[in-house]
Structures are given as structure tokens and as C-alpha cells.
Design a protein around this ligand. Structure first.
Ligand code: ZN
Length: 191
């Protein structure tokens, strides 16, 4: 197990489309060890999720885990889940504006529109089929992580560049209003 270096915006690997993983490749000890490292790296950096391209690996694998996350304390808890070859399906037209950040985009946040109700089909780390319906901020987290597998960063989806903010300026000027909105979304999309 190891903590891997996280690639930063400007690294071309973040702009490439990751390739699907075969069942045979997923079952190898090397791939399983890589998934352990991906999870360790996510936990070490306090990420809500981490996608393989963020550590320089162009396979369609990502991890999500939210438990009283210090970077995003308003995010609902989400059990540790590994998604392999995820496919996302939008289930309603509802969208919300979310201030996002990213471990590959240091000290920047910005407002991104995200679908609020999605269904994900994928394999888990053992190749078992996984279907998860998600609403609210968790749906947004999935869209952010799976975008990484297509070489897309949240900055690409920021509709108004004037919403870009450092984390300190976010805390000072935007956090209170956004947390209120986030908690309202949590209530609206609970259960
Ligand atoms: Zn990210």
C-alpha cells in the first residue's frame, strides 16, 4: 500500500480519456494493489473521491468515500466504493449549482451545474455488478469523479469564471451561503 503523487492541472494525463478495464485485468494482484493505493491516496489527501488518471493511471477506475470529510463537511456520508468502468445515466432534469474543488486543481473552487438524480452502473473492485441511484450532492460527486475518466476537470464546467475562488476566499465570502444551499439540497434529496 502506498500514497501516490496526485497529478495537477496542466499534466496532460488529466486530459486523456481512460480506457475500460477487462475482468481478467481487474482480478490481477497488480490491479488490486493499485486500487488499494488509489484508496490510500484518496484518504491521505482527504478527498471525497479519486480517479485513476489523477494518479497517472489511464484506466476507468475511481473511488468515492465520504465520512465527515474535512474538505467538504456538508457532503452526506458515502461508504467507500470503487467504481470500475462506470456508466452514468441522468434520471431527471433537475440541476443545482455546486461549488466544487479538486485534488488536481490546488486552491481553487468554482460553481458547476450538476444533475441531481443519476443512476450509475459499474463493476465493484471484484468485478461484481454495481447499480447505485444517487441524488443531490452524491450525484454531483459521481459526475465530478467520472468526468476525470474522460479527461474533463470541473474548471471546464464552470459556467461563470467569476465564481472561481481560492479556498480562503471561499471560506470568507461564499462558504456560509453555499453551506446553507448544500444543506437544503441534502434535505431535499435525502433518502
Ligand atoms: Zn477531481
Amino acid at each position: 500500500m502506498a500514497v501516490l503523487p496526485i497529478r495537477q492541472i496542466g499534466d496532460p494525463v488529466l486530459r486523456q480519456v481512460a480506457r475500460p478495464v477487462t475482468a481478467a485485468e481487474l482480478a490481477t494482484p497488480a490491479t488490486q494493489a493499485f486500487i488499494d493505493d488509489l484508496i490510500d491516496t484518496m484518504h491521505h489527501a482527504h478527498g471525497a473521491g479519486l480517479a485513476a488518471p489523477q494518479v497517472g493511471d489511464l484506466r476507468r477506475i475511481c473511488a468515492v468515500h465520504v465520512q465527515a470529510n474535512p474538505r467538504y463537511p456538508y457532503k452526506p456520508d458515502h461508504p467507500l466504493t470503487v467504481f470500475v468502468n462506470p456508466v452514468i445515466e441522468v434520471l431527471s432534469d433537475a440541476q443545482a449549482w455546486i461549488y466544487e474543488g479538486c485534488l488536481s486543481v490546488p486552491d481553487l473552487r468554482g460553481e458547476v451545474p450538476r444533475h441531481m438524480h443519476v443512476r450509475v452502473t459499474a463493476w465493484d473492485r471484484h468485478g461484481q455488478p454495481l447499480t447505485i441511484e444517487a441524488k443531490g450532492l452524491s450525484a454531483g460527486t459521481y459526475q465530478h469523479e467520472f468526468d476525470h475518466l474522460d479527461g474533463v476537470l470541473f474548471v471546464d464546467r464552470v459556467a461563470d469564471p467569476r465564481t472561481f475562488t481560492t479556498w480562503a476566499a471561499f471560506d470568507q465570502h461564499h462558504r456560509a451561503a453555499f453551506v446553507e444551499r448544500a444543506l437544503a439540497l441534502n434535505a431535499q434529496y435525502a433518502g
